[in-house]
Unconditional design. Sequence first.
Length: 320
Amino acid sequence: MPPVKDYVKQKASKSWYGNLLYSRLRGVFEIVAMAGLSDEAYIKTTYKKRFGREIDLKNPKTYTEKLQWLKLFYRNDKMPICTDKYAVHQYLEHLGYKQLLNEIIGIYKSAYDIDFESLPEAFVAKTTHGCGQNLICKDKSELDWEKWKKVMNSWLKLNVYAFGREWNYKDIPPRIIIEKLIDHEPLIDYKFMCFNGEPKFLQINNDQGSNQHVDFYDISWNKVDFTYKRFTQSDIFVSPPLQFEEMKEIARKLSAPFPYVRVDFYNPPNQIIFGELTFFPGSGLLPLVPVANEYDQKLGAQINLPLPNHNIELHIKIHY
């Protein structure tokens, strides 16, 4: 059984009312999370709660510690652009990767601005500033649009930054983006974990029945024995996609400006479609298990931290 919060979220996502209720509750909890806690205090408190130990920000060694260090002490102007699900399209197009982009149907400041009748029969709606806020519509004749407009507008009031303090989300303009539904089953999301511009591991999620499994492979496509604490590994071995080498090379180029980023692609037949860039998967606050396999340490060893360029006084205070 997953933790209560995750269980409630999973159940809530199955209906418009559950989505709306969860969104409104999260909005309240965001206010509480932001009240009186600095980023440093929030990260230290949450890390100790999740991992059962104090975080070492003076000499971080693990993957999860280094991601928290990057939140506090590193800024890169490209990161908010690449986090914004609309702006990242423009960013990739500028880099010459227009062919990777899924078709955008529209971008809106409110769900009430969307002309439902003009939408195609199938589409995906999500927020530009959010995470996990998605409406996958396979047949709009079955969709209660008036109710889902309320849900989407409630999404616009949320801010991922509150939980986890991922600064790159904080000032993204809240909008709704509607994209073409990628019509292919099974649609596998290949998540390349890139360390200082080099793809070294992949995350692949598998849904089996009511359970979601998270598997990891090394870049030579060997399944490796770890996952996130809130998930389990599957008994499935996924074969590498036909365009794996091309995807790997694109991931290498897109990740080059960053100490760490996960680059996601879909690979339906004869096509590579960009998914997203994720700088702090699980906010860097999900333990890697089994702990005895030491993948938190092994992944951490792959990240070469840059010189701090933010919160310099705090960085000096921690060291002296």
